[in-house]
Design a protein around this ligand. Structure first.
Ligand code: 13P
Length: 263
């Protein structure tokens, strides 16, 4: 299989948004727009990551869409199973609610909630062992980029998890490269810079695992309809993790269409 055979993923990370009524309206609009302009499942995986208390409600609403739209958890506990862990949601409990996908390692969790490498490793191990697919986020800060360390930082973030991913669990890993300086800032990495980093990530993955050529590597950081077409033409950019623009159904699906058109 070659890189061009990877089906793109476009996933909306809703972060700590929106209120319930707006989330329901957003899903309703997505379903209506997908009826008017269908996007085939074979052309693009689609997913949305709502706040944890909305996961099952959004999933139920999406179950009547004309195609699969995955419901993705934004986080998972570092503790497996069940037990006296106030406030936590384990991978097994996500799986028990048929939530099959989870974001791990988003820079907001690394920076604001002290998700260390050891914590991220535990989260990924638990998620994979519970059968979930993990969207693992990596990315450098502006300081690291300006110091010429971007590649080294990102490749280290990939190496960090290698010890806890068993050989055939790599099939359930998706990577999202999100340069921190591009998140929510309106600044996107240029398609050339993003492609160069994605190619490095793929090379790194190929050295660690036999699945380097089949792992989807998504770009995230101010993706919008205006820049999605160009990003989608880059051979190693296999989709997008979208923040702000995913809160508007039309923008989100325009981005998905840009990636679907490459298939
Ligand atoms: P923005 O698209 O709002 O920059 O957010 C990107 C992001 O963090 C997705 O996880």
């Amino acid at each position: 299989m070659s890189v061009s055979a990877i089906i793109p993923w476009v996933v909306g990370n809703w972060k700590m948004n929106p209120v319930q009524a707006d989330a329901c309206a957003l899903v309703r609009s997505m379903k209506e727009l997908l009826e008017i302009a269908p996007i085939a499942e074979a052309q693009c995986h689609l997913g949305v990551a709502p706040i944890s208390i909305a996961l099952t409600q959004i999933q139920a609403q999406l179950s009547t869409a004309n195609r699969a739209v995955y419901t993705v958890a934004q986080d998972v506990s570092r503790i497996p199973g069940t037990g006296a862990y106030t406030g936590e949601v384990s991978a097994e409990l996500l799986a028990d609610s048929n939530i099959g996908y989870v974001l791990v390692g988003h820079s907001e969790r690394r920076e604001l909630f002290a998700d260390t490498v050891e914590i991220l490793k535990a989260k990924i191990k638990n998620a994979l062992n519970a059968g979930l697919t993990v969207i693992y986020c990596v990315g450098e800060s502006l300081e690291q980029r300006e110091a010429g360390q971007a590649e080294a930082v990102v490749l280290q973030q990939i190496c960090d998890i290698a010890a806890v991913v068993e050989a055939e669990q790599w099939k359930r890993i998706v990577i999202a490269y999100e340069p921190i300086w591009a998140i929510g800032t309106g600044k996107t990495a240029s398609p050339q810079d993003a492609q160069a980093m994605h190619a490095q990530i793929r090379q790194g993955l190929s050295q660690i695992t036999g699945y380097g050529e089949t792992i989807a590597i998504l770009y995230g950081g101010s993706v919008k309809p205006e820049n999605a077409v160009e990003l989608a033409t880059c051979p190693d950019i296999n989709g997008a993790l979208v923040g702000g623009a995913s809160l508007n159904a039309e923008s989100f699906l325009q981005i998905a269409q840009a990636f679907a058109n490459t298939q």
